[in-house]
Design a protein around this ligand. Structure first.
Ligand code: GLP
Length: 237
């Protein structure tokens, strides 16, 4: 893993943008995209840039089950607000939160097979989940329906009016689907991510720590601020 430690999220966004731009210049056509608070500043830089995605495809990691794309809390709405309205892609795929599990899992895997991901962006859950792949998810898992853990519901309630409003299930690309990406860039900021960052980088590769699978991928860059890097041994800081 290539580890870049920055002062703050703003610096991190610049580093991530440089990698995004380089991939685009080198001909990447399929971008795997993430939601959450972490990539917001990166999407801001992309919106302000001269990059065009009119011949590119985007594939998002996940979506809440039960939310329509018009629901303001859906990841579909998030992506339009933060990126797609300003930078449309030729085609943008997100799981459909209203579709049945059987239909959606099959459709999304077809999308991934037809559009292999060149560049995948990731955030990190406080329990080291990536996408919505919670601890215990098999490393061989492909797109699936996930029951969110209490830790994730608690972490994500800040985006909703109250905890009861947080959906209990999501559709997510699986860990194997993520590992198929040619290049992966993971960003994580703040003290609350420090444990997950330590486990991901320096702990054993185990299904209890979903992000630890990234240790076995050949092209991963991790962009973290000093607070998220605090528990790492000195050679990784
Ligand atoms: C959510 C998303 C992840 C995201 C993570 C961190 O549950 N499914 O894709 O990376 O949590 O979110 P944040 O960036 O808001 O801390």
């Amino acid at each position: 893993m290539n580890i870049i430690v920055v002062k703050n999220a703003e610096q991190g966004a610049k580093e991530a943008f440089a990698l995004f731009e380089k991939a685009h210049q080198n001909g990447a056509k399929v971008f795997g995209l993430a939601t959450g608070g972490t990539p917001v500043s990166l999407y801001g830089l992309i919106r302000e840039s001269a990059l065009s995605f009119e011949d590119c495809v985007s594939i998002n990691l996940d979506e809440y089950v039960g939310l329509s794309k018009d629901n303001a809390h859906s990841y579909d709405a998030y992506m339009r607000e933060h990126l797609f309205n300003a930078k449309p892609f030729k085609q943008s795929f997100l799981p459909d939160g209203l579709a049945s599990e059987e239909t959606e899992v099959a459709r999304y895997e077809r999308v991934l097979q037809e559009n292999p991901i060149d560049f995948q962006l990731l955030g990190l859950g406080t329990n080291a989940h990536i996408g919505f792949n919670e601890p215990g998810t098999p490393f061989t898992q492909r797109t699936h329906k996930v029951a969110l853990t209490q830790a994730t519901i608690t972490a994500n309630k800040r985006y909703f009016e109250k905890e009861e409003d947080v959906p209990r299930y999501a559709y997510s690309m699986g860990l194997q689907s993520i590992m198929d990406a040619k290049e992966i860039v993971l960003m994580a900021y703040g003290e609350k991510k420090a444990n997950a960052i330590f486990d991901m980088i320096e702990g054993p590769v185990t299904e209890d720590v979903p992000a630890s699978i990234l240790q076995t991928h050949g092209n991963v860059t991790v962009i973290i601020d000093e607070a998220a890097a605090a528990l790492l041994s000195s050679e990784n800081q």
